[in-house]
Design a protein around this ligand. Structure first.
Ligand SMILES: Cc1cc2nc3c(=O)[nH]c(=O)nc-3n(C[C@H](O)[C@H](O)[C@H](O)COP(=O)(O)OP(=O)(O)OC[C@H]3O[C@@H](n4cnc5c(N)ncnc54)[C@H](O)[C@@H]3O)c2cc1C
Length: 419
């Protein structure tokens, strides 16, 4: 295992969207950046549906043309099906903002993540696959380097002025420092696979994400169209419902839940399952701190919210972008304190909070988009903004207040089961 140097301005651990975005943007400012990714080559990952707001990060990274030329289905909208199988009117992003940024993509993560790493390398990042971060090195409170290993070789210590943790849900640093706070309300699990064939909408709806509740609202499915007539299907629900006291076989649980979602089962008629059923923990969490002296968190390593609105990749890219800006300012000022490296954290979390409010609403049995919009018709535009991911471009005060008010009212009401 050899590196071009034993010391870098910045070491980034994790080669997902957060790590690639952060590394690229720091390297574009002329700093020496090393990115470590433990996988040895492109791999399957869940997280295939993008939000339109990714457009602006793609533009900054210089990958928009690649995305436009890709074979990834174009996504113009998202549509929700209620537990009785009724479909909402699709939320077309461009109705609200008729610009090309209102269209996004459904991606194969193996290709998408590799493209971002190739772009990082072309921007000057030293990208090293097959290298695992084993430990972070500190002098007192300050991070000063990383201990890394590769298959078959002993640990190597590398120095850095700043360390960016983008290790995804592994959340290496937050775990090591005991910063992880799991949200007790969203302890979910997910089972997912790919199918080929079945019903595919046509025209502008061909690439739409569909979110469908099962009959008793105890779980929900995503349907994400992919290239080659493939579709990603996953079911998400509380671990108490999906796992505890049930068959340990993910395939059986998935099929039982699918039987509770006739609208999706009908769409999958004649489709062939192409991948062994996968399972993952889907807890929402947020570390109590986003940066320290000499280190900063990005992407899932810095927090995760439930995937119902496809927020993850956008937040990974955006937090990578914001972290890169704070790091570059810190390097320019020779101030690598927690305060300087975490200068963006409050603004970042304010945006995430708006998305979290909408996630909580989705899981609230008393909430429906139709009822919400009937009561708050002036929130339609801001609701689409939230679904687009425009939380850093607009304040969205109206919908934040309306969602908070609705949550307060529902908390004050006795639940129907107890009444
Ligand atoms: C069930 C489910 C469905 C989802 N659906 C969507 C969706 O439709 N749309 C969406 O936008 N998001 C979705 N997400 C979220 C999305 O997958 C993540 O938010 C996104 O991948 C985060 O990017 P990241 O760069 O932070 O982490 P990752 O993409 O996880 O990348 C982290 C990288 O770090 C590497 N790594 C880990 N530990 C080490 C180490 N010690 N050393 C070196 N490398 C290491 C890993 O190999 C990995 O490549 C979903 C998530 C779940 C759980």
């Amino acid at each position: 295992m050899s590196f071009s140097s034993d010391s870098y301005d910045v070491i980034v651990a994790g080669g997902g969207p957060a790590g690639a975005a952060a590394a690229t943007l720091v390297a574009q400012r002329g700093h020496r950046v090393l990115l470590l990714e433990r996988s040895t080559g492109p791999q399957f990952k869940v997280g295939e549906s993008l939000m339109p707001a990714t457009y602006w990060v793609f533009e900054r990274l210089g990958v928009l043309d690649w995305m436009k030329a890709s074979h990834f289905p174009k996504k113009y909208s998202v549509q929700f099906f209620s537990s009785d199988g009724k479909a909402s009117t699709p939320f077309y992003f461009r109705d609200h903002d008729p610009h090309e940024n209102s269209q996004t993509w459904q991606v194969l993560r193996s290709e998408f993540d590799q493209m971002l790493l190739d772009n990082a390398e072309a921007s000057g990042v030293e990208v090293r696959r097959g290298i695992t971060l084993r430990d972070l090195l500190f002098e007192g409170e300050r991070a000063v380097g990383a201990r890394v290993v590769a298959d078959g070789s002993g640990p190597v210590d590398l120095g850095c002025r700043v360390f960016i943790d983008a290790t995804g849900q592994r959340a290496f640093l937050a775990g090591k420092l005991g910063l992880l706070e799991i949200e007790s309300r969203l302890k979910n699990a997910a089972f997912f696979t790919h199918f080929q064939g079945g019903h595919r909408d046509q025209g502008i709806d061909e690439g739409a994400t569909i979110i469908l509740h099962t009959d008793e609202r105890k779980s929900w499915f995503w349907s994400i169209p992919l290239p080659n007539d493939m579709v990603s299907i996953g079911v998400v629900g509380d671990i108490g419902h999906l796992i505890l006291g049930r068959s340990r076989d993910p395939q059986t649980v998935f099929e039982e839940e699918l039987a509770r979602c006739p609208a999706l089962a009908a769409r999958l008629e004649g489709a062939e399952q192409k991948m062994v059923m996968k399972a993952t923990r889907d807890f929402s969490y947020s570390p109590s701190v986003g940066a320290g002296d000499g280190w900063v968190l990005a992407g899932d390593a810095g927090g995760f919210i439930d995937p119902v609105y496809s927020t993850g990749v956008y937040l990974a890219l955006k937090s990578g972008e914001m972290a890169a800006d704070s790091v570059c300012e810190g390097l320019a000022a020779s101030d690598l304190s927690a305060k300087r490296l975490g200068a963006h954290v409050e603004r970042y979390r304010h945006g995430v909070q708006a998305m979290r409010q909408l996630v909580y609403a989705f899981y609230d049995p008393g909430f429906s988009f139709a009822r919400f919009l009937t009561k708050h018709p002036d929130c339609k535009g801001e609701l689409v903004d939230l679904l687009v991911g425009n939380v850093y471009r607009k304040p969205l005060d109206r919908i934040r207040a309306a969602l908070a008010e609705e949550a307060r009212l529902r908390e004050a009401e006795p639940s129907p089961a107890l009444a």
